[in-house]
Design a protein around this ligand. Structure first.
Ligand code: IMP
Ligand code: MG
Length: 179
């Protein structure tokens, strides 16, 4: 698995420090509010579980699963809901927790969908962002790191369902996804 890593971009320690920082910021900004965290499966699973423990508020968590990529490395722009929320978000302060934003198509779709359920507020938190790749405008409220246009794996993020359990964020060797 590790022989497919091109370069480690963010170590466990760097990620942990960033997650602490974002957690603190969210704790301050949602003080006295009821917050629902929505993790986007499966990629945001690891980030979500670290982040929620750094938020010192009575949060509720829920998950959605959407598919945009299939097994390839290119976003199709077609988003399908594979698992919907368990609970209503009407009148709730909602924060979407995502692993990585690329074209923005997935979150654009998701935001539209969630806004139609009338939350009190809706914001976006992502660990990683590839701003150069954006195809639709998106306001990112909380962000870990900007990254260049490379294929990323680790810390929950996969290529063809593999590498999610790497504890760091890395780029994948081209020969792995171009073969
Ligand atoms: P978007 O719709 O193009 O913004 O893509 C969003 C989703 O594609 C993310 O939630 C990831 O699951 C996946 N994705 C985007 N870039 C990468 C990457 O570099 N590695 C693995 N998955 C990615
Ligand atoms: Mg994702």
């Amino acid at each position: 698995m590790r022989e497919d890593v091109a370069e480690i971009l963010f170590s466990e320690k760097q990620i942990q420090e960033k997650v602490n920082e974002i957690g603190k910021q969210i704790t301050e900004e949602y003080k006295d509010k009821e917050l629902v965290l929505i993790g986007v499966l499966k990629g945001a699973n690891v980030f979500m579980s670290d982040l929620m423990r750094k938020i010192d508020l009575p949060v509720i968590i829920d998950f959605m699963a959407v598919s945009s990529y299939g097994l390839s490395t290119q976003s199709s722009g077609v988003v399908k809901i594979l698992k919907d929320l368990d609970q209503s978000i009407e009148d709730k302060h909602v924060l979407i927790v995502e692993d990585i934003i690329d074209t923005g198509l997935t979150l654009h779709y998701l935001c539209d969908n969630l806004l139609s359920r009338n939350p009190k507020s809706l914001k976006i938190c992502t660990l990683l962002d590839k701003p150069e790749r954006r195809k639709v405008e998106l306001k990112v409220d909380y962000k870990g790191f900007n990254i260049p246009d490379e294929f990323i794996i680790g810390y929950g993020i996969d290529y063809a369902e593999k590498y999610r359990n790497l504890p760091f964020v890395a780029s994948l060797k081209r020969e792995v996804y171009e073969k």
